[in-house]
Design a protein around this ligand. Sequence first.
Ligand SMILES: Nc1ncnc2c1ncn2[C@@H]1O[C@H](COP(=O)(O)OP(=O)(O)OP(=O)(O)O)[C@@H](O)[C@H]1O
Ligand SMILES: [Mg+2]
Length: 288
Amino acid sequence: MSANENTVESFRETFRRDQVWPFLTPAQTKVNVDNQMILYVEDLNLSFDGFKALNNLNLYVNDGELRCLIGANGAGKTTLMDVITGKTQCDSGTVFFGQTHNLLNKDEAAIAQLGIGRKFQKPTVFEEQSVFDNLELSLKTDKGVLPTLFSRLTPTQIDRIDEVLKIVGLAKHRFMLAGALSHGQKQWLEIGMLLAADPRLLLIDEPVAGMTPQETEKTAELLTSLAGERTVIVVEHDMEFVRSIARTVTVLHQGSVLAEGTMDQIQSNRDVIEVYLGESEIAEGEEV
Ligand SMILES: Nc1ncnc2c1ncn2[C@@H]1O[C@H](COP(=O)(O)OP(=O)(O)OP(=O)(O)O)[C@@H](O)[C@H]1O
Ligand SMILES: [Mg+2]
């Protein structure tokens, strides 16, 4: 064997195509949660043509928490998620991920790379691809669809997809076209696509809208099971669902936090009652 062939051989042994090259794997982001807090939102303001969508908003979320955000249409819930994920720029305020990552000076891609996953209300899965392929694509979104489909998965990546399929309850449907899934299953697949990237913080906007009661119940179990290891912030109008998953609920009103506490505290909070329901209480299943 020539010296050149030797070099090529040793290169092949060192860098196998079926293994991820260390320099290509993103460095594990360190998120400083020494204060138990993973998200700090302070004095956030954002106006659209003079209309204050976010108005001195303050929100602190503990690491591993499952937090529910509620509030009437237009309260600023989605806009808040837009600012946290870099989709929209705010006018003033601060947003920190852990103690050290200032999210306001980062773009959407950099924020996702830090370990913040976001799910929009409408499922956005690739309908013509199988459930498994959707998860594969989500592992490699930065490389484009075509090269991704023709590159091989590492055993670790296959294990990760299998694990995610189990978590979201779609293991039996791995070969099914995503387009053939029910609405609820598509939502779980999309949550799985976020999980494949192993995020520290998940922002989920109205996950159970349009779901059957059984699907809603399964989604509650799924989101509850994700908290602890991850932090999950869920926006939802379905009060029965919120009651079933929430430990702490934050109520937004006109771009500010109106109240925060357990569901029982929220339901008996005078400000909440006045704003939404006059003197009556928030009934279970009622839209807020
Ligand atoms: N890009 C935009 N341009 C102008 N106004 C906007 C924009 N995005 C949001 N708004 C306005 O900001 C306010 C807050 O909207 P947002 O979507 O955050 O409410 P929400 O709490 O998510 O409501 P919903 O429960 O209906 O989803 C609304 O009055 C909305 O019309
Ligand atoms: Mg919204």
